[in-house]
Write a protein that binds this ligand. Structure first.
Ligand code: COA
Length: 137
């Protein structure tokens, strides 16, 4: 798989993969909001291509203290072929190059398969934390 940095022209293809894989999509996933994410952490937002077709995407980010992983998705026709692992290994490498000490991600509790996938990739679940959210206005 060929890995490239995401650019905004890829948005329609990437959005289609997010939709097909059943990710919860909302206000933060419009083209304008995705452009904001790109402006912030472009080199961590990557896609994987096979024969020039986007089949994998992951939106990595760094807020100056912690790294984050959002919206990892592999086109359903290409799942279970090792591509999820491949794109995450590339992202892990980029986090290391940036000397990011710790990276977090969020998974909906009923998405057990994805929890298993990440555990195999070396991630661990946190039992000592509760995630809280605040929505300004
Ligand atoms: C989760 C996801 C990214 C995995 O991608 P993938 O390309 O199918 O995964 P890989 O083929 O690289 O699998 C790597 C390992 O994880 C395991 N794995 C992958 N999906 C799994 C699942 N649903 N349940 C259990 N194990 C799983 C594989 O068996 C493999 O194990 P192995 O190394 O022992 O053979 C993909 O299923 C996906 O896009 N899911 C929908 C979107 C989503 O929920 N994203 C996460 C948002 S937080």
């Amino acid at each position: 798989m060929k890995i490239e940095q995401f650019t905004i022209e890829m948005y329609p293809e990437v959005y289609e993969i997010w939709k097909k894989t059943g990710l919860s999509l909302g206000k933060s996933d419009t083209k304008e909001e995705v452009q904001r994410a790109v402006n912030h952490s472009q080199d961590l937002f990557i896609v994987g291509k096979k024969d020039e077709k986007i089949v994998a995407v992951v939106m990595g980010a760094f807020d100056g203290r912690r790294g984050y992983v959002h919206h990892l998705a592999i086109d359903p026709e290409y799942q279970r072929l090792g591509l999820g692992n491949e794109i995450m290994q590339e992202l892990h490498k980029r986090f290391t190059e940036k000397k990011i000490v710790k990276v977090h991600l969020f998974i909906e509790v009923d998405n057990e398969g994805v929890i298993e996938f990440y555990k195999k990739a070396g991630w661990h679940t946190r039992e000592d934390l509760v995630m809280m959210s605040y929505v300004p206005n």
